[in-house]
Each structure stands twice: as structure tokens, then as C-alpha cells.
Write a protein that binds this ligand. Structure first.
Ligand code: NAG
Ligand code: NAG
Ligand code: NAG
Length: 337
């Protein structure tokens, strides 16, 4: 019997995301919770971003040296005299998550392995070292997100959510979950403290009146007043679950909520592929459909952004068409597309 497809990629992605998640937790404990830095200071998140990207890229380089990476960060601000202080902190933190320490020079090269332009052909990894920077600074939800894309199709997705409760019904209980998916192989959750994976699926609700929906905490990321109108049209009465980062994809994939709406706030904003690659596969493998506000599948073959899509609508396959219908009525009342 042959091993499952992408077993090696899956295993490496799990190790990389877990190591990077722990580095982010360490940065939070040391710098955000520390008394020397106020939460208005953005530098902790920047340091965590670079460190997490260095850690993930190092893991990927040692197992898949020829795979390109589409990562959010590049090393520009870490170079030269101006970048020295930041560079030293990033080096220390990244090395805390690695067995073989990087040097000052190799950490810059490793981070810059993430500058690939993307495209429709071949293998590439998409990485968001910290998705949900505002959530990170608030000590709320953020995620380390990694996906393998081949010829424009997401094949593997792993997300680390250090602050997400292992069990949504016990918000004060253990936190830190990893979400893992491979196309055609289902969706799984494990907690940081265990290697046992548990299959997850979206909740199979019979009626939308029992549903709840997820959206961004930041009104600048998704139009909340339009979402409220859509919810009303659908008969959803529960208050929206507001959460930062791709943890929203994880949340609906395990049935904490049923619908995820990300409604465009600007006609020109293009969603980044690393913000949606792993989450969209997770939802699809958990029984859902992910599309843009027009109902079109997310298309990861146009470079670093989802250039041909607008917004995101994710829901259980049984209700997705109904949700799109309501989205259309609210966003395009005259039927214009
Ligand atoms: C990638 O790994 C090779 C060894 O397999 C090493 O020589 C090279 O320096 C690494 N590159 C980066 C950017 O880390
Ligand atoms: C963590 O995962 C293990 C294995 O699935 C499970 O036994 C344990 O209960 C989990 N912890 C919590 C708090 O759910
Ligand atoms: C949200 O949508 C409403 C109605 O279409 C619009 O008036 C408002 O400006 C939008 N808000 C943002 C932040 O885009």
C-alpha cells in the first residue's frame, strides 16, 4: 500500500507551524506582556512576524530546498545599521525555535526565500507568519498559516492558533490548536500539547435561524453593517462571532459557527493568497464551500493576490448557495455585478 499523498509535506508543515507558533507565544510573553513595551508599540508583532517566517522557511528549506515560498515578509527592514537592533532580536527568537542556529547572514537569506511571486504553475508554499496582528497584540486570536499550492490548487494546509480554546465550549480551558488538512483526506484538529489528531467537520445545521456567523473584529477588514443585513435576510438572529485572523476558518470548520463573511471594504483591495490558502482548503475538507462574494471559487493562480476575486463567503455546502443569494441582494441591490 502506498503512503498517503503529501505525507512528507504534511509532516514538515506541522513541525514548522508548531515551532513558529511557539516562537510567537514566546514573543508575546517576553515583549507584549513585558512591562517595557506598551501595546501601542507595533514592534513585537514585527519581530514575531520575521522570526516565525525565518523558522518556517528554515524547515521548508531543509526538507524541500527547491520549493519557492510566497511569504508576507522580506528582510529589507532588518538589513544594515538601521535594522541591527531588530535583526538581533529576530535572530535570538528564531533560533529559540530551531535546532541548528541561523547566523545573521543566513537569517536574512532565509526570510527572503519568501519573496516568490506566485503563479499558475508548479509547487509553491504560501505563508502568513502571523495572521491577525491586531489579535496578536491584544492577546486574542492570531494564526500561523502555511499551505502548499500546486498548479494553482491548494493541496496541504496547516494552521496554528495559539490562543484558540481547544474546545469552544470551554473558553477558559486549554488553548492552542493546530488544524491540518490535505486535499481529499479530510480536516483534523490536534491541540498543541498532544499529537493525537481528531477529525473535524462543519456543523450540519438544518435551519439558518440556528446559525451564527463569523467576521473580523476590525471593521476595516470586512463591512460589518452589510454583514448584519445579510444575516437578517437569512434569518440569523445570533450575534456575530468576531474574531481576528484565519482562526475564523478553523472555527467554522469544527462547527463553532456556520458562516464566515469577509465583505469587501474597498473596490481595489486584493486579498493575499497567504491569508486564505490553508483556511479555504480546511473548510472545503470539513464539508463547506468557500467562494468570493460572487460565488466564484478562490483562484490562487494569479500571483501573490487573489486578483480575480472579491471578498470571501464560506459556509456549509448545503447552505452556501442561500448565503450567496443574500450576499448578492445586499451588496448588489440593483442586480448589477
Ligand atoms: C537551504 O539549505 C541548504 C542546505 O540544504 C543550505 O546550504 C542553504 O544555505 C539554505 N538556504 C537558506 C536560505 O536557508
Ligand atoms: C488534547 O488532545 C488530547 C488528544 O486528542 C485529548 O485527550 C485532550 O483531552 C485534549 N485536551 C483538551 C483540553 O481537550
Ligand atoms: C459598508 O457598507 C455600507 C452600505 O453599503 C456603506 O455605506 C459603508 O460605507 C461601508 N463601510 C465600509 C467600512 O466600507
Amino acid at each position: 500500500m502506498s503512503a498517503l499523498a503529501f505525507a512528507a509535506e504534511r509532516a514538515v508543515a506541522i513541525h514548522a507551524v508548531l515551532a513558529a507558533s511557539k516562537v510567537c507565544q514566546r514573543v508575546f510573553t517576553k515583549l507584549v506582556n513585558g512591562e517595557t513595551v506598551t501595546k501601542k508599540d507595533k514592534s513585537p508583532v514585527t519581530i514575531a512576524d520575521y522570526s516565525a517566517q525565518a523558522v518556517v522557511n528554515t524547515f521548508l528549506n531543509s526538507s524541500f530546498p527547491s520549493d519557492p515560498i510566497v511569504g508576507e515578509e522580506d528582510s529589507k527592514d532588518l538589513r544594515g545599521d538601521a535594522g541591527r537592533l531588530m535583526r538581533e532580536k529576530v535572530l535570538e527568537l528564531a533560533n529559540s525555535g530551531l535546532d541548528t542556529p541561523l547566523t545573521e547572514q543566513s537569517i536574512l537569506e532565509t526570510i527572503d526565500r519568501g519573496t516568490y511571486g506566485g503563479g499558475a504553475k508548479g509547487r509553491m508554499w504560501a505563508l502568513d507568519p502571523i495572521d491577525g496582528t491586531k489579535g496578536f497584540l491584544r492577546g486574542e486570536q492570531f494564526a500561523v498559516c502555511l499551505a502548499l499550492i500546486i498548479d494553482g490548487q491548494v493541496q496541504v494546509g496547516v494552521m496554528g492558533c495559539p490562543n484558540l480554546p481547544v474546545d469552544a465550549k470551554n473558553q477558559d480551558g486549554e488553548k492552542g490548536c493546530l488544524f491540518i488538512t490535505v486535499k481529499g483526506q479530510g480536516a483534523f484538529q490536534r491541540n498543541f500539547s498532544s499529537t493525537t489528531e481528531v477529525p473535524i467537520s462543519m456543523s450540519d445545521i438544518q435551519s439558518l435561524t440556528d446559525a451564527s456567523f463569523c467576521e473580523s473584529v476590525e471593521s476595516g477588514h470586512s463591512n460589518q453593517s452589510e454583514a448584519a443585513k445579510i444575516a437578517q435576510l437569512l434569518g440569523i438572529t445570533k450575534a456575530p462571532v468576531r474574531m481576528d485572523s484565519q482562526c475564523k476558518y478553523c472555527s467554522i470548520s469544527r462547527g463553532d459557527a456556520e458562516v464566515y463573511l469577509r465583505l469587501p471594504v474597498s473596490a481595489t483591495y486584493e486579498e493575499k493568497i497567504w491569508d486564505h490558502a490553508s483556511g479555504s482548503l480546511l473548510v472545503a475538507e470539513a464539508g463547506g464551500i468557500v467562494s468570493d462574494v460572487y460565488g466564484r471559487p478562490l483562484d490562487f493562480s494569479h500571483g501573490r493576490t487573489l486578483a480575480t476575486n472579491s471578498g470571501v463567503v464560506a459556509a456549509h455546502a448545503k447552505i452556501h448557495a442561500k448565503v450567496i443569494e443574500a450576499v448578492q441582494k445586499v451588496l448588489f441591490p440593483e442586480g448589477k455585478l
